[in-house]
Every structure is written in C-alpha cells, then in structure tokens.
Design a protein around this ligand. Structure first.
Ligand code: DGL
Length: 270
C-alpha cells in the first residue's frame, strides 16, 4: 500500500518513524508544509486550505490512504477533508483517552498548539472522557519553532519548558500528553522536568495501529527493533520526502532528515 503522511513540518516525521517500525513494508510519501509552518498560529481557514491542497497533491501521487500527522490540522480540517476526498483519511488528536483510562487520581497535562487548545474538537473530547476534570491544557507554540530549527537540547529549550510549566505543581501530574507531533523531539527535557514517575504519552503508535486496522495490514513482529542501519534510516527504496510540494533529493536536506530520524530513534522509548 502507498500511504501519504503530512504535517506542517517535521513533527509528522515522528509518525512516519513509528510507521517505519510497525509497518516497514509499506510505501510512504512524507509531506512537510515547510513554507507554511507553524500551523498552530494560523487561522482555521488558512490551515484547511493548506490541508486540502496537500491532500490533493498526495492523491495525485497515488496514495491509498492519508494520515494527517498534525493535531492542529486535524482539529480544524479533518471533517472538510473527509467530505471532499474519497479515500481513508486518518487524523490525530491528543491521546487524552488512553491517558485518562491508563491512570488514576493524579492530574494530566496536555500540551499542544494554541489552535488545538482553542478548538471545539479537544473540548468535545474532554467532555466525553475527562469526567473527573483531571486534565489541564497548555499551549507551547515555541516548541514548534525550536523543533524546526533542530534545537532540542539548548538552554533556551529547557528554560522555555520550565517557564511554561512553572504555573503548575509538577508533583500533581501523573501524565504528560504530547498533543502536537513536533513535541516528540523534546522528551528528554520533559523527563528531566517531571522525573521518571510521570508518563509521557503520544498518539503515534495508536495512530499507526489504527492505520493498520483500516488498511488490514499486519504489524511487524520486530516493531521494537532499533532503526540504526545507515541505509534504512531514510529508506530510499520505499519512502519519498516532499517539502511543500518539492521532492527532496539534495544531500543537505537528506542529511537533516536523517539526523531527525536518529533523534526520534533515540527518544522513542523515553
Ligand atoms: N505538528 C503539528 C501538530 O501536531 C502542528 C505544529 C504547527 O505547525 O504549529 O499540531
């Protein structure tokens, strides 16, 4: 099967990376809308326009299904995409449900972009699953900016995270939900702040499992094996990368993508 995965930027690479582990034999087209990132600071109309254009592009490339690897685009555009296009389109939403169901008593923090936090989709989700009002929401738009700059461990990153969390008592939290795909790159920083007891929950594995269900694909037995073989990191035989419609083939950008995959591999099980 040929699967299209898109995001505003490199956040969606974390979903592709998980798909490389769980469904290594499929063909992928990864699309980052680097000309328009960040979506989290745009209007719903702008984001919907970009998402429709990208979906059209991916369908033109012959994909069998599309993963909107972006919580922000999902929250404002998924209904319109499904209404307009006639192939399976999977979205992503902050993994609040597994967080609420998998923990007891203590509080849960959801971090996402301002758009995701503001939109009704998340409010409706909380209304359905957060019966005991354990969930707090926090927008962290600068993490998108840091990720796009490939800045994951700088002192600015650590102070930004500390500053944003400073209004909350960290000992009250049992889980941190990463409600933006760009946020996966910063797992060591959250871990350092919250300590080892707090669960870090992202929706990537759940999304890829859902994709497998929709397309009736089997999850690889070796899905937890490390991806470290030089050649397999970019998988040129079954993955093509596009940045805002432009096929990536230059050495510099391929090296950048490779570094990002290595980072994702490093932080995958934190
Ligand atoms: N990666 C995206 C998400 O999951 C959006 C980041 C952005 O462009 O603001 O929400």
């Amino acid at each position: 099967m040929k699967i299209g995965i898109f995001d505003s930027g490199i956040g969606g690479l974390s979903v592709l990376h998980e798909a490389m582990h769980l469904l290594p034999d499929q063909e992928y087209i990864f699309y980052a809308d680097t000309e328009h990132v960040p979506y989290g600071l745009k209007t719903p109309e702008q984001i919907t326009g970009y998402a429709k254009e990208i979906t059209q592009f991916l369908i033109g490339q012959g994909v069998d299904a599309i993963v909107v690897a972006c919580n922000t685009a999902t929250s404002v555009a998924i209904r319109e995409l499904r209404r307009t296009f006639d192939i399976p389109i999977l979205g992503m939403e902050p993994a609040v449900k597994p967080a609420v169901e998998g923990t007891e008593g203590k509080r849960i923090m959801v971090i996402a972009t301002p758009v995701t936090i503001r939109e009704d989709k998340l409010k409706d989700l909380l209304h359905r699953v957060d019966e005991n009002h354990r969930v707090d929401l926090l927008a962290m738009p600068r993490l998108v900016e840091f990720a796009e700059r490939e800045e994951f461990e700088s002192s600015e990153v650590y102070s930004y995270i500390e500053e944003q969390f400073s209004g909350f008592d960290k000992d009250e939290y049992c889980a941190l939900v990463l409600g933006c795909t760009h946020f996966n790159y910063f797992k060591p920083a959250y871990r350092k702040y919250f300590g080892s007891e707090t669960l870090l929950i992202d929706g990537n594995r759940g999304t890829v499992r859902h994709l497998a269900d929709v397309l009736s694909l089997n999850i690889s037995q070796d899905f937890d094996n490390q991806i470290r073989d030089e050649h397999n990191i970019l998988c040129p035989h079954n993955i093509r990368y596009f940045f805002s419609g432009k096929k990536i083939s230059d050495e510099k950008t391929l090296k950048h993508l490779k570094r990002l995959h290595l980072r994702l591999e490093e932080v995958r099980n934190i």
